[in-house]
Write a protein that binds this ligand. Structure first.
Ligand code: ZN
Length: 390
């Protein structure tokens, strides 16, 4: 069987940017969009044009800047929103209007104060209008995972009939377990898509820490577009992290036989670029791009990694663009790690000298949590003049 292509839809500049501490200036958004295009993202959601002048300007600027990627603009299923999205996308080489409306009873009753029939009609009108203003239309049923499945399928069907070619099934509140979410996707595939040329999209939030797991389960159930963000930024606990989805697909390709356009060696630089624009960095133990993601401190691990990285590494730091294996020396580090680090600093020692150095190292490590290169250099006594190697 041929591996199927998945579309990577990045919403760092929309779902990500609208979350606390993540707002960016226009020039930063444009630079981020350029980097996302280099990374190989297929669709860049650049903003929600009717929400603010800043979002309108960002979608407009990104539309002029980007050449290969499709630029998407978000709008509610309302005439003014769709018109504004279309206007912001005028310069885009490939444009997509992403229109949405909530479909769950709880949202209909308390937020929209509309009947199912009204929501149904709004969907048809908005999708039809959007089809005339952009190359393609994506429709999202907000809070899809808490929507009655029969109504969900009916409204998605109407969206396809009105011109939508991408159907997004967001787990807006991050509530779904991966197997439940997969079942919803499978139903939509069977009841709505059938043999039509329509792509199912997934959009998971991380409230229960399950965004990436849900995304992967949805791919296995037939979804072919992933909505995600760099560093997993986004509303509340965030969205599915692009770098985690990509590396799961790359590392476990035998179970996840999908192809994509992402250049994984740009994951780390892209993560760093985003961190430099927003007000917080990546948590140190974050998968793939965290400072400690490839750091091995325990002595037995360090010895293993130095003899053969496959002992503890399922992927190399280089494969995601981290410059080098960042081994942190600490009190659990063994002799091998010490010698290796000293060698990489340009020093070579005889066995008896190593013993003495290791004693000094252990004494220091008892007092100091992390030992940096400078600390190591200070450990080398003046009485070891022959120690300096080329
Ligand atoms: Zn979202």
């Amino acid at each position: 069987m041929q591996n199927e292509k998945i579309t990577i839809f990045d919403t760092t500049l929309r779902d990500g940017e609208q979350s606390p501490g993540c707002s960016m200036y226009l020039d930063e958004k444009v630079e981020m969009a350029r980097q996302l295009e280099r990374l190989g993202v297929d669709v860049i959601e650049a903003g929600f044009p009717i929400a603010s002048e800043g979002d309108f300007a960002a979608v407009k600027a990104v539309s002029s800047e980007v050449t290969n990627a499709t630029v998407a603009a978000l709008g509610r299923a309302m005439e003014a929103d769709v018109a504004k999205a279309g206007e912001a996308l005028e310069k885009a080489r490939h444009s997509r209007i992403h229109t949405f409306i909530a479909t769950s009873d709880i949202h209909l009753e308390y937020k929209l104060k509309k009947t199912r029939n009204e929501v149904f009609e709004m969907t048809r009108r908005a999708v039809k209008q959007a089809s005339g203003l952009a190359d393609e239309v994506e429709f999202s049923a907000e809070d899809a995972t808490r929507t009655d499945i029969d109504f969900l399928c009916e409204i998605l069907d109407a969206a396809v009939d009105s011109g939508a070619s991408v159907l997004n099934i967001p787990d807006t509140v991050g509530y779904m377990l991966p197997n439940e979410y997969a079942a919803v996707i499978a139903s939509v595939k069977e009841r709505v898509v059938r043999d039509r040329d329509v792509t199912i999209s997934v959009h998971c939030h991380n409230d229960l820490g399950l965004a990436v797991a849900g995304t992967l389960a949805a791919l296995e159930a037939g979804a072919r577009q992933v909505e995600c963000t760099i560093n997993g930024i986004g509303e509340r606990a965030g969205n599915a992290a692009l770098e985690e989805v990509i590396m799961a697909v790359n590392v476990r390709s035998e179970k996840l036989p999908f192809i994509h356009n992402i250049d994984a060696t740009l994951l780390y630089p892209t993560s760093q670029l985003l961190s430099s624009f927003i007000s917080f960095g990546v948590q140190p133990n974050k998968a793939i791009v965290g400072r400690n993601a490839f750091a091995h401190e325990a002595g037995i691990h360090q010895h293993g990694v130095l003899s053969n990285p496959l002992c503890y590494e399922i992927m190399t730091p280089e494969s995601v663009g981290v410059p080098q294996n960042d081994i942190v020396l600490g009190k659990h580090s063994g002799r091998h790690a010490l010698v290796s680090r000293l060698q990489s600093l340009g020093y070579k020692f005889e066995a008896d000298e190593v013993s003495e150095l290791y004693q000094r190292f252990s004494a220091l490590a008892d007092k100091k949590k992390n030992i940096y290169d400078q600390d190591l250099l200070a450990l080398i006594p003046q009485t070891m003049p022959t120690a300096i190697a080329a």
